[in-house]
Design a protein around this ligand. Structure first.
Ligand code: ATP
Length: 302
């Protein structure tokens, strides 16, 4: 029997153009209306046959990525193998470019990528619906990392409905250190205690702006209900948001639970200008430019 060739999957980061957060549920999760856009910042996960499950990682933030079974890529391999009653005998290498703990779903991306890479390596041909269900077991943002494009996520964010989107240009400012997503939700609970919280929903105006491809229309409707909580935990992000707006960004918001901040700009030229100004402002560690939507996890040709 010949050993199967390694399989590499490329997977995008996401930005939330609308993150509407409802009241905490009895199980502690929050109902969300989450409009995801996949953007062209990618991790690559390569699955290679091995005697046992191992993980390695390279990239600027590699030292912050766990290499044990808590890595979402490793968990994905275990969950898929268990479903099919086989051993997760695979080496997973993560070439990491998505900021770690930055609110851009980098871990979720690697989970979705590893699931698809192992499914292909092991020749399992798991139906798409089943892969999406396994993704939802791994985490709320993982199904979107597999699906990509633009989508409305409801429930904990894992129930996806694709939505139309034109192409938009973004700049991301990467902060020093991460923010824990559960800590940001706890801060949201603290800040909203005693105030009525409406049912989370994505407004028709936002969905229309997304479909139109008009960045000015989208800029007027972007919103993140977690932003006050992220700013409360990390007040210095205000200066980053202001620096991007001063440089001509059409809108600025915290990406997901932060601390990465996202700037919507009119075009590629504006992206370069805003990125340069942010770098010069010394209010962030580094910047990345990207466009979205972009496809979800994709097997690369060998
Ligand atoms: P989200 O936007 O989904 O809330 P995030 O982008 O803020 O997530 P991640 O980069 O996914 O955050 O990392 C959160 C934590 O998950 C990290 O601090 C790390 O300990 C753990 N983790 C597990 N697997 C991975 C992975 N493959 N890449 C990065 N972090 C991982």
């Amino acid at each position: 029997m010949t050993t199967p060739s390694p399989v590499t999957v490329r997977v995008p980061a996401k930005v939330n153009v609308r993150l509407a957060v409802g009241a905490a549920r009895p199980d502690g999760f929050h109902d969300l209306a989450n409009v995801f856009l996949a953007v062209s910042l990618f991790d690559e996960v390569t699955a290679t046959p091995a005697d046992a499950l191992t993980v390695t990682c390279t990239g600027p933030d590699a030292d912050q990525v766990p290499l044990d079974r808590t890595n979402l890529a490793a968990r994905a391999a275990e969950v898929l193998a268990a479903r099919h009653g086989i051993e997760p005998a695979v080496h997973l290498h993560i070439a990491k470019n998505i900021p770690v703990a930055g609110g851009m779903a980098g871990g979720s991306a690697d989970g979705a990528a590893a699931l698809l890479a192992c499914d292909t390596l092991w020749g399992l041909d798991t139906p798409r619906e089943e892969l999406l269900a396994l993704c939802a077991e791994l985490g709320s943002d993982v199904p979107f990392s597999l699906a990509g494009g633009a989508a409305l996520g409801t429930g904990r964010g894992e129930l996806l409905t694709p939505v139309d989107a034109g192409t938009f240009h973004w700049v991301f400012a990467v902060a020093d250190g991460g923010l824990s997503t559960p800590a940001v939700f706890r801060e949201f609970d603290r800040l909203t205690e005693g105030t009525p919280i409406p049912e989370p929903e994505a407004s028709p105006a936002l969905l229309a702006a997304l479909a139109s491809g008009d960045p000015h229309a989208l800029a007027a409707t972007l919103a993140n209900d977690l932003q006050p909580a992220a700013l409360s935990l990390r007040p210095s992000l205000r200066a980053t948001l202001d620096a991007g707006l001063d440089a001509g960004a059409l809108a600025a918001l915290v990406s997901g639970s932060g601390p990465t901040t996202a700037f919507l700009v009119a075009d590629e030229e504006a992206a370069a200008k805003v990125a340069a100004a942010l770098e010069a402002s010394a209010t962030c560690r580094t910047t990345r430019t990207a466009t979205g939507p972009t496809p979800g996890a994709t097997v690369l040709a060998p």
